[in-house]
Write a protein that binds this ligand. Structure first.
Ligand code: ADP
Length: 160
């Protein structure tokens, strides 16, 4: 049976921290599905289809990574794609408390489902999509926080 991990998140936008977690997970799994969760009632900063396009570009060098979108519970998506593993990154103690509750509730809903955590590498710990968006709102340069093939030019059309 192939080992499929689902990496859920909003990825608004996808950062070097996200990329690092996915690349470090590749030796552990046969396939990693990056699941962009969305809520049709909530506005995101970047359009869903652009986030898909950018992430696909980042992983165009490997067939082990695919990108999907999903509205609803992550456990339902995992059932749909036959995955028993959720992949998450842990940056801080605050992340841990939040992630612990979600992982335990997910396991309660689906007993076969295990959440696998990778600790962030030190240089990526302070990088968050929220901070990246704040810098962009104030016309700052975020290229150092983006994967190497997502550029400021890609983002420019969506920054006010
Ligand atoms: P969510 O809204 O579900 O937290 P995010 O897009 O913010 O979605 O994050 C998705 C996953 O990526 C989470 O597991 C988060 O901990 C992890 N992550 C976010 N930023 C980083 C980073 N800088 N380094 C490592 N992991 C990260």
């Amino acid at each position: 049976m192939s080992r499929i991990a689902v990496f859920p998140g909003s990825f608004d936008p996808f950062t070097i921290g996200h990329e690092s977690i996915v690349r470090r997970a590749l030796p552990l799994f046969d396939q990693v599905i990056i699941m962009i969760g969305y809520n049709s009632e909530k506005r995101s900063f970047f359009p869903l289809e652009k986030r898909v396009e950018w992430i696909e570009k980042v992983f165009s060098d490997t067939s082990k990574v695919t990108v999907a979108t999903h509205e609803g519970l992550t456990v339902d998506f995992c059932r749909k794609v036959n995955s028993n593993h959720i992949l998450r990154g842990l940056r801080t103690a605050a992340d841990f408390e939040y992630e612990r509750a979600i992982a335990q509730v997910n396991k309660k809903m689906e007993d076969d489902l295990e959440t696998v955590f990778l600790l962030t590498t030190p240089e990526h710990t302070p990088v968050t999509s929220t901070i990246v968006r704040d810098i962009l709102r104030h016309k700052g340069d975020v290229s150092m926080f983006l994967p190497s093939n997502i550029t400021m030019k890609d983002l420019a059309d969506y920054v006010g």
